[in-house]
Design a protein around this ligand. Structure first.
Ligand SMILES: *[C@@H]1O[C@H](CO)[C@@H](O)[C@H](O)[C@H]1NC(C)=O
Ligand SMILES: *[C@@H]1O[C@H](CO)[C@@H](O)[C@H](O)[C@H]1NC(C)=O
Ligand SMILES: *[C@@H]1O[C@H](CO)[C@@H](O)[C@H](O)[C@H]1NC(C)=O
Length: 219
């Protein structure tokens, strides 16, 4: 089925620009996009076809004689392209609200319809770890919230705590009481389906706590 559409296209190109995963429904692909990047719909339309988006319907039309897409929607102006060599539609400078259902209709001799559920995510910024109480070495890790973001504390490979919230207007934060003896084994990790960022416990925590350090000194 869809693999047929890939014939003749370099494998590397597909992996880089056109990776798609099957979902439970055979004709729907769950695909992920990143804000500001390009998304490629890996279905060849060489002579005639359409790209449809959610309730808007047809947003691009390719037909013989006029081998460029006709953009019917302002919001996609200058961002929606059709490559006359690969036959793929691409959408550039992705925005969060480009998320939705796209359908590529190929109306060449082989009539096919492929549906993509596109979800666009931000690349996460690095989480911040601040010392809230240096005498007990209590730290707070925080990061901007967004679609499917989780914030977790780990010690080595072990997860200690995790948080997430559907309210994207409030930053995520997760406090932790750190054992100063093993301070370096902790890390805070922020993750979403397209990115992962980590931060470590700042040194100020242990330095401002001389009583606990003394026990480790050997002179
Ligand atoms: C593809 O489009 C370019 C311009 O964008 C044009 O120069 C070229 O001739 C086209 N190729 C085909 C096969 O239509
Ligand atoms: C930080 O410490 C103050 C008091 O020292 C406390 O009231 C507050 O809840 C702490 N914040 C977090 C996020 O644990
Ligand atoms: C995880 O974090 C929440 C929120 O701060 C806290 O209420 C809970 O006690 C923590 N759980 C563990 C195992 O530390």
């Amino acid at each position: 089925m869809t693999t047929l559409q890939y014939l003749g296209i370099s494998v590397r190109f597909i992996i880089v620009l056109c990776s798609a995963q099957h979902s439970a429904q055979p004709e729907t692909f769950q695909v992920k996009g990143i804000v500001g990047k390009i998304h490629c719909f890996p279905v060849m339309v060489l002579k005639s076809g359409n790209l449809l988006y959610g309730d808007l319907g047809n947003i691009a039309h390719v037909y013989p004689g006029k081998r460029t897409p006709t953009n019917l929607e302002k919001r996609f102006k200058n961002r929606l392209h059709w490559n006359n060599v690969t036959g793929f539609f691409t959408l550039s400078d992705l925005q969060i609200d480009d998320s939705g259902v796209y359908t590529v209709e190929n109306t060449d001799e082989w009539k096919t319809t492929h549906t993509f559920q596109l979800t666009v995510y931000y690349v996460l910024s690095k989480p911040q770890v601040t010392v809230n109480d240096s005498s007990s070495c209590t730290v707070v890790c925080s990061v901007e919230n967004g679609r499917e973001v989780t914030l977790s504390w780990y010690r080595g490979g072990e997860i200690l705590n995790q948080t997430s919230s559907p309210d994207h207007n409030i930053a995520l934060s997760l406090p932790l009481k750190v054992d100063v003896q093993t301070r370096d084994s902790y890390r805070c990790e922020a993750a979403n389906p397209v990115s992962k960022e980590t931060a470590v416990v700042p040194h100020s925590c242990i330095e401002s706590d001389p009583s606990k350090v003394t026990g480790k000194r050997i002179w």
